[in-house]
Design a protein around this ligand. Sequence first.
Ligand code: ADP
Ligand code: ZN
Ligand code: ZN
Length: 750
Amino acid sequence: MDQSLFADVIINVSVEALDRSFQYRIPESLADKITAGTKVTIPFGNGNRMTTGYVIKVSDKPAIEASRIKEIDSVCEKEIGIDDRMISLAFWMKEQFGSTANEALKCVIPVKKIVRNKQDKRILPAVTFERLKEEREKAEKKHYTAKFRLLTELISEYKEGLSEELVTGKFGVSRTTINALVRDGIIKVDEKITYRSSLGKAGEASEEDGTPWVTLNSEQQAVSDSIISDIREGKHEKYLIRGITGSGKTEVYMSVIDEVVASGKSVIMLIPEIALTYQTVKRFYKRFGDSISVINSRLSAGERYDQYLRAKNGEAKIVIGPRSAVFTPFDNLGLIVIDEEHEGSYKSELSPRYSTREVAFRRAETEGALVILGSATPSLESYSAVEAGRIKLFELTKRAGGAELPRVWITDLREELKNRNYSIFSLKLRELMLDRLQKKEQIMLFINRRGLSGFVNCRSCGHVIKCPHCDVSLNLHNNGKLICHYCGYEQAMVSKCPECGSPYIKAFGTGTQKVEELLNKEFPSAKVLRMDADTTRKKDSYSEILSQFANHEADILVGTQMIVKGHDFHKVTLVGILLADMSLYSSDYRSAEVTFQLLSQAAGRAGRGGVKGDVVIQTYNPEHYAVTCAALHDYEGFYKEEITFRRLMNYPPSRNMLKIVLSSEKEEQLLKETGKVRGELYRLIPDSPDSGTKLFGPSKAEIYRINDIYRMVFYIKSDDYSFLVSIKDFLSERETRDREIGLQFDFNPV
Ligand code: ADP
Ligand code: ZN
Ligand code: ZN
């Protein structure tokens, strides 16, 4: 009798033709090394070329005649395998979000390679930030280019320092130069090698560490008590904490985390990368010390591997990181927190295009953990789940530090034009700016560039040209046509406003640079800093601009949404949003939600240091609920209006939406396949008003051609998610499918 064991292996290539498992015999010598999740080397194809793959299942039954089955060559010792649990999660993701098995498996592996911890030395500043800059200037004057280069890099990584390997390698700085700077006491070389490298300086004690942590106020305490009592009763629920920025959500998370860790379980704390600042990490470190592990995109492969090991062997109990940290392979997961849960970055932009929230729910359900979502402006998805009773809601209504909410002024840009104010600054904004400049307080001006892809509006009456079928704005394309990106509707560009007849109708586009120029002209004595994609191209410029502004080296900071998030500037008492409407009329059904979130967040920037602040929102739509509700800090009001719109238009979360993208370099072949898919889809989805499912398209993708690849899109809206999954499966497995045409799925796209 044959006692052999067999392994089902997924080949390590994301080619759809190979998107199935292949069976191999496990040689006796490897029998105790191979389980589901092990990465192996195998001969593949007619030529038996050696390739790699993941074992997903081990059994003692050959699927075909045993003698025809090839043997596994070896185990990839240097690579990390996948947990059993993570394999099932990967297959669930493949099913729910659409991808190849290999893509899904890769997605759940937190680190790919085993990288031994190098005895890495770090170069750290030994003097103040200002002194470092002086030294850099000196070096520049004397043309000490290596010194200048090192100091420049060090200024941008002032807190975390630089690895010596990087400095001597990539930056090409010699040891002589390093030694000279050490001798002068300007830098120091730190030889301590610890796992803690991921914390950087946040992992070191400092003078201000006197206070351990705050005492929760009664609101916070009530939330924490309620969740903790659920935990003690063995319930694994889902919670949403809605609380304005600064209301103390993080303190509540930490109090619950304490309980979970004390009960011997582990915690995943998700924070959008942009908000994963030094200050945030420091707070967690102060409270939980070395049991935290921080993952961010700047970690080297070695550091990443260290953090993986620490989580795996239980040394780290709390992993803090962005989206991908949701796959941390804890054996005894107790809690997943998703802070700023409404953030778009929680949706993956690569296949499988997963929703982190859905993955967290899935892990929590299968592993007996709880999930806490937190936000000042929860996503419509989460809040509607609260309404449906699937998530428990808690609210924090006050700012914990006692700071007051700012006054918000809405100025109507149509009125400004009527009053012959042709400036981009409304009279109210100008008045407040002059006041703050005189008082030496700081100002932030914010241009919302999201959706700046060419919506067309009338400067006289504010009218925006919309799609008659979809209620999103039409976008002006280079060919002079106005196009809807959802249904493909097209019309010619207009020369007069269809509402008021004014000829002042055009595509919008005011850049930050333009604003900076106008500021210099209209407020010549004010010092202005600008932050946008152009001024932050260099690696260190982002933090340099922020620290200049924090040090009050400028009066006004102009920027895109980059400046809205995360950072607290205590001297800022005025925030101006120059044109709130830009994101309001982007061609996306979520534009009102995004606008409301951005406005609420921008408003939260003013008056955080004890002084009451002012916010001016300039808009052509002073009556729009996204604007009025943000001004009143009224989430509920906003939600009611928005969910009504979504229900009316059958947009998520009221219905599910599947975006199907077909792509190819060969346009003709693409259009032919699109036509065939269209036929199949119309056969499956009857066009009747009461079917609960509706098909849109095909239409050209928002950007039809990228890198010479053309893309066509379909949208399907349905009240039944599993029906959409079945459409996805049908399309991927269709017999007549042209496999040269790329096929991608995005469920409930953002
Ligand atoms: P959120 O996460 O909701 O933005 P945080 O937890 O970051 O709020 O709290 C905002 C600020 O208020 C922090 O500086 C925090 O230390 C402080 N804070 C929070 N809770 C309290 C409290 N109960 N007493 C005093 N200060 C608090
Ligand atoms: Zn008009
Ligand atoms: Zn349309």
